[in-house]
Write a protein that binds this ligand. Structure first.
Ligand code: KG4
Ligand code: ZN
Length: 337
């Protein structure tokens, strides 16, 4: 079976080919246009998707040394994501499906982050996934393929969103997650004790207070500019410490609650070096096997859409021309996918 995967939920236009022989190509066109605005501008994102999607798809086919004639299903991100961005990928996939008579698969982006762990490995069920991205932070109990129970999620900002918003306060470029990660390596994680919210709750998260704490901490300094110049690495390290501590403590709660012996990280924030290190230590302490996607499969990519599409096609989980995009998870629940 040969699957073409297409991802366009946010600001990456991506296409990949996954076959019985594994991943054959993984192309990403990132959109630099948003940098100057310090965040993703939805209208500009959909326009950029529109411009590059056909080239990205063609490149993924070329690199896989194949053509549409050999593709058995087109898997496309159905949501969650930005409506305009999702529509571009979805309409493109429907066009391919209609004109070439290729079956369609509609992929949940959050599922795909989890199944990115299956590109290079074969994690055993049941496992708990800590799915941490720019839009979501979730603890998911995965008891079988596409059998998920949500243990808990964030009540406000996602972990990646916290990194990005705090980075903006610190004057760092967007997306700030990777920049804060790099700067943390030179900084002191004990420099300041930032709040770790909701530790009395087992599986739910809250990160918006941390952002406010960083803002007030800077306002308290006599010379904010000088203080930032001297200590930005230390603040980055202390922020990274607070975020990753909460994530790993709740992951530990989930292991104890579900009694799993396998855990996985997923989503853009799973690229974070401090999180990867702490999760590795947690796995050693609890005797769990830990899976973390390769860096290229942590942040948004189409390889994760292609493998999830492959697994769905294996289970005959096809969509049809009525498939609609959904911007948020609530809409997904309503659609009872
Ligand atoms: O999964 P993803 O690519 O997109 C969404 O589905 O949201 O995640 C993007 C998020 C951004 O907030 C970005 O700052 C964060 O992942 N991120 C990181 C790192 N790399 C990406 N956060 C912390 N450390 C990193 N190394
Ligand atoms: Zn994502």
């Amino acid at each position: 079976m040969n699957i073409l995967g297409i991802e366009s939920s946010c600001d990456e236009t991506a296409a990949a080919v996954y076959t019985d022989g594994g991943l054959q190509s993984n192309i990403i066109a990132s959109q630099a246009v948003h940098e100057q605005y310090g965040g993703v501008v939805p209208e500009l994102a959909s326009r950029a998707h529109h411009k590059t999607i056909w080239r990205t798809v063609q490149q993924s086919l070329d690199e896989a040394d194949t053509s549409l004639d050999a593709i058995d299903a087109v898997a496309v991100t159905q949501g969650p994501g930005l409506m305009g961005s999702l529509l571009v990928g979805l309409c493109f996939a429907k066009g391919l499906s209609l004109s070439r008579n290729i079956p369609l698969v509609g992929v949940n982006h959050m599922d795909a982050h989890i199944y990115a762990n299956f590109i290079d490995n074969q994690p055993e069920y049941p496992f708990v996934s800590l799915t941490v991205s720019g839009g979501h932070t979730q603890l998911v109990h995965v008891t079988g393929a596409f059998e998920h129970t949500l243990l808990g999620q964030t009540r406000d900002d996602a972990a990646g969103e916290a990194f990005d918003k705090i980075g903006k306060i610190l004057g760092l470029p967007y997306p700030a997650g990777p920049v804060i990660d790099e700067r943390s390596k030179q900084g002191d994680p004990d420099f300041h004790d930032f709040p770790q919210a909701m530790l009395d709750n087992d599986f739910e998260f809250s990160f918006s207070g941390l952002k406010t704490a960083v803002k007030y901490f800077l306002e308290e300094q006599d010379n904010r500019e000088q203080f930032l110049e001297d200590h930005v690495d230390d603040i980055c390290a202390s922020v990274s410490y607070a975020i990753t501590e909460v994530l790993v403590k709740k992951l530990r709660n989930a292991i104890e609650h579900t009694k799993v012996s396998t855990i996985a990280l997923a989503g853009g924030v799973s690229a974070n070096s401090m999180l990867r290190r702490k999760a590795t230590e947690l796995a050693e302490q609890t005797g769990c096997t830990l899976y973390i996607p390769k860096l290229a499969y942590c942040t948004d990519n189409a390889a994760m859409i292609a493998i999830t599409g492959y697994m769905m096609a294996e289970r005959q989980m096809y969509a049809d021309m009525n498939m609609k995009p959904f911007a948020n998870l609530k809409a997904l629940e309503r659609m009872n996918m």
